[in-house]
Design a protein. Structure first.
Length: 416
């Protein structure tokens, strides 16, 4: 069977997150999006865990369900510490099979930070010590480094990360088997770093509001919808595998280019490297983006055939991937109005009702279906996105990129 999964997201108890991020709303939006399996997010937060216990029904296979959608217990945590004279800030996504394991992890992490203050807690502990604490009480909990290139909070980030996974994870390196690429990179960019060949590449939304669910997702192929089956598929073990990933255009991500948001400066890595890396307006250092970091670490060209470079003991082939633009952004351009307007919301609801879930609309609906439900302009815009007929001004320093769809009548720029 195939499951469209989005396993990295946040509850209403995370900072800067919509109050609508509760199980009933999340499940409703998952149906609208065409998502089969959601992470719960934030299981380390005591009040959110109580909400999960009261709303989710366990399945015998180690997953949960509510309102017709499957859920898997997940959380994101931030480790903050100093190593080799530098401040380190790295985010991890955790997966647990049971509420008992989730509660055990929360108790183990409680000494390192205030779990009740943020659904994504800031923990004063090194990655090695954090994983020691987790696996001492819950050995079956799985860990995936989150958005691995993001400047401020990631394993390779320019502000607080490392140049290798070994330097970060040390004795626990062999327990790391997959990496989340994040919104500002795509699989091909990651595969320019040969040391990552042995790792699966996964994509999830990191959604802070229901409408953002599924903007990135991982499609799993597995024999049975179970906790073990999902983990095997994420890691490419046994008969499970990643069938494909759904990707943001990396230029849309808010850390793709180098830049300084306050001064409106956005540079590609080549321009940054030809200068002293400082903002020409204020003189402060630019935030070095994802593309810059990948260029700094890469040891092969993006388009090079990597079959000759794989580690024969750990061959991981990159799954197919599709780049999409969220339906609400497409509707915004067709109608020349804001993404959050009632016109877009009504049109979105009409398409979901008459054509099918968002991922079906974006990937499979025919021109006749789209035109019949909405308009020929909408059909042309969706088909243009499928063909990659878009122009993107890259995001930088926390500012999302802007997208322009090229068909006539769809030229308004919309920020993600």
């Amino acid at each position: 069977m195939r499951l469209v999964s989005d396993l990295h997201l946040h509850s209403r108890f995370s900072l800067a997150t919509s109050r609508a991020m509760v199980v009933p709303e999340m499940a409703q939006w998952a149906r609208w999006k065409g998502i089969d399996l959601l992470g719960t997010g934030d299981f380390t937060h005591p009040e959110w865990l109580r909400h999960l216990r009261s709303t989710l029904t366990p399945t015998p296979e180690g997953l949960y369900q509510a309102h017709g959608i499957k859920f898997m217990l997940s959380a994101e945590v931030a480790a903050v510490w100093r190593q080799e004279g530098k401040g380190r800030r790295v985010h991890l996504v955790l997966f647990a099979e049971s509420f008992d394991d989730a509660e055990s992890v929360a108790r183990a992490l409680d000494p390192f930070g205030k779990l009740e203050s943020n659904g994504r807690p800031m923990l004063s502990v090194s990655i090695v010590e954090l994983l020691d604490a987790i696996w001492r009480v819950a050995p079956t909990v799985e860990v995936i480094p989150a958005h691995v290139w993001t400047p401020w909070y990631s394993v390779f980030g320019s502000k607080s990360g490392f140049d290798s996974l070994e330097a970060c994870f040390g004795p626990h390196l062999n327990r790391i088997r997959a990496l989340e690429t994040g919104l500002s990179s795509d699989p091909a960019m990651n595969r320019t770093v040969s040391s990552l060949d042995r790792y699966s590449l996964v994509s999830f939304s990191d959604a802070h509001s229901p409408g953002k669910l599924g903007r990135e997702a991982t499609v799993l192929e597995l024999p049975i919808a179970s906790y073990a089956g999902v983990i095997d598929a994420l890691y490419g073990r046994n008969v499970g595998r990643i069938a494909e990933t759904i990707e943001f255009h990396p230029q849309q991500g808010k850390y793709h280019f180098d830049g300084h948001r306050q001064c409106g400066v956005a540079w590609d890595p080549e321009r940054t490297m030809s200068t002293d890396g400082r903002c020409p307006v204020c003189g402060k250092p630019l935030t070095l983006g994802v593309l810059h970091r990948i260029h700094a670490i890469a040891d092969r060209d993006r388009d090079r055939d990597r079959s000759r470079n794989q580690d024969r003991d750990n061959p991981i082939s990159t799954a197919p991937y599709t780049m999409l633009i969220p339906l609400e952004q497409i509707l915004s351009q067709v109608f020349a109005v804001g993404v959050g307007t009632r016109s877009v919301q009504r049109a979105y609801a009409t398409l979901i009702s008459e054509v099918g879930p968002e991922l079906f609309v974006l990937r499979e609906a025919t021109q006749d279906q789209l035109a019949g439900a909405m308009s020929f302009d909408l059909a042309r815009a969706v088909l243009a996105v499928r063909d990659g007929d878009v122009e993107i001004e890259p995001g930088y320093d926390g500012r999302y990129g802007t997208v322009t769809i090229h068909p006539e009548g769809c030229t308004r720029k919309v920020r993600a």
